[in-house]
Design a protein around this ligand. Structure first.
Ligand SMILES: Cc1cc2nc3c(=O)[nH]c(=O)nc-3n(C[C@H](O)[C@H](O)[C@H](O)COP(=O)(O)OP(=O)(O)OC[C@H]3O[C@@H](n4cnc5c(N)ncnc54)[C@H](O)[C@@H]3O)c2cc1C
Length: 401
């Protein structure tokens, strides 16, 4: 039962991987935070369970944030798998291989099950005494005299100086605040396939581009791995209707031979879309993560961009409060938007260039894109810069945590 009469510093709508991380960072710096989450709590970790189908490649700079907010130890005692190299190609001769060692890193990042990260975040929030109200959703938002009145589906209301929309791609906060957004659905969908390999999958993640869509391999723990098959929805539905033995044969035909012998066990199909909010902020309100922007997952950037939002917003709010500024004012929040909106837009476009370039069978374009990959592989500094950018090492990091 929620019974909070006073005005709370920050109410976060959505305890996904992004909203919960922001809540933890703010609470660590003394902000009073309350989190509202529509879904039930994440499942308790069971070390004997098979991996979840929803996996995220969390880059090293996102791991740095998770370490700063003291969530990382919770992830480590459950499970995650480091990846140290990453390869992309269309034809073998034009192959780009990124290596953590080239940047003096021990790994590029970790493959983490979304539910494990959410569970780790919920444990950390519990230890910080941050209330998360599960199975409650936002119904209405009204601002009066610089304070937001937040009404939940069960009629309970809360008051907050700052409301955060961390409620995903179909954000209710964005909708109720009348913030417009651009949205389009990609012609491709993706099928996630949990597979058991007949070998330990190592620490190399790869993606082969084909004109029908990329085929990707994400190594997990034990002999587990995740395959991602991008294609038209009809084709994926046809694949999903096959028996696992027939699907295994299709994998052998349509994935590169380096996939080896794998046994598919579970699949799911997801639609893919790109969206971008026209504005991330209003007085006393900010959007973070997928409520502000979504990208095609081929570059594994969605939640990592969300973590860059979290780092930037934490910096802005913590610094403003230290200087006794009105930290929830539009003027202060503009600093957050200025740091993040352009960066997210550039990343969205970069990913779409890859998506469209590799989507066509037109020969001159094929030659151009493969030449591009060859040049990228031997480009030295440019290759390192591309890797740093992809890992978020060149953008804002939270200085104040
Ligand atoms: C196939 C696929 C693969 C991906 N792989 C990667 C990857 O490898 N690396 C990566 O960085 N990203 C990846 N992503 C993207 C990543 O999953 C998203 O960017 C990430 O989940 C966004 O997190 P979020 O917390 O912003 O939003 P969400 O995960 O959508 O969380 C929003 C939360 O808000 C809650 N909520 C919604 N509405 C309300 C409401 N009205 N009231 C209260 N609560 C509400 C929801 O229940 C949910 O818990 C992938 C995406 C897809 C589709």
């Amino acid at each position: 039962m929620i019974d909070i009469k006073h005005t709370i510093d920050v109410v976060i709508i959505g305890a996904g991987m992004v909203g919960a991380a922001l809540a933890s960072g703010l609470a660590q710096k003394g902000f009073e935070v309350v989190v509202i989450e529509k879904a039930p709590p994440p499942p308790i970790f069971n070390s004997l369970s098979n991996p979840d189908l929803r996996i995220s490649a969390i880059t090293t700079s996102s791991v740095t944030l998770l370490k700063k907010i003291k969530v990382w130890p919770y992830v480590l005692i459950m499970r995650c798998a480091p990846y140290r190299t990453q390869e992309i190609w269309e034809y073998q001769m034009a192959h780009v291989k990124f290596d953590a060692k080239s940047l003096g890193l021990t790994e590029l990042g970790y493959m983490i099950e979304n539910d494990i990260l959410k569970y780790a975040l919920s444990k950390r929030l519990h230890n910080q005494s941050v209330p998360i109200f599960y199975k409650k959703s936002l119904k209405d938002l009204q601002q009066r005299y610089k304070i937001w009145n937040i009404t939940l589906n069960d009629g309970i209301s809360l008051k907050a100086r700052l409301v955060i929309g961390a409620d995903g791609a179909y954000s209710q906060v964005r909708k109720l605040a009348n913030i417009g957004f651009y949205f389009w659905r990609y012609a491709q969908s993706c099928m996630l396939i949990s597979v058991l390999c007949n070998y330990p999958p190592g620490d190399n993640t790869w993606q082969k581009f084909t004109p029908d869509g990329p085929r990707a391999f994400l190594p997990l723990f034990g002999n587990w791995a995740l395959l991602v098959w991008y294609d038209k929805l009809d084709r994926l539905c046809q694949l999903q209707s096959l028996t696992m033995l027939k699907l295994q044969k299709e994998i052998q035909i349509h994935f590169p031979s380096c996939v080896g012998e794998v046994m598919p066990l579970v699949t799911t199909i997801l639609p893919l879309y790109r969206s971008h909010a026209k504005n991330y902020i209003l007085p006393g309100l900010a959007l973070v993560g997928d409520s502000a922007h979504t990208v095609h997952p081929l570059a594994g950037q969605g939640v990592n961009l969300g973590y860059r939002d979290v780092s930037a917003l934490l910096d802005v709010l913590i610094e403003a409060r230290e200087y006794s500024d009105q930290w929830f004012s539009l003027e202060i929040l503009e600093r957050y938007q200025n740091q993040r909106k352009k960066d997210n837009y550039i990343m969205q476009n970069g990913i779409d260039v890859l998506y469209f370039m590799f989507n066509y069978k037109f020969l001159p374009l094929k030659i151009m894109r493969n030449l591009g990959l060859m040049i990228a592989n031997y480009s030295g500094k440019l290759k390192k810069d591309m890797l740093s950018y992809g890992l978020g090492l060149s953008s804002s990091k939270s200085q104040n945590l």
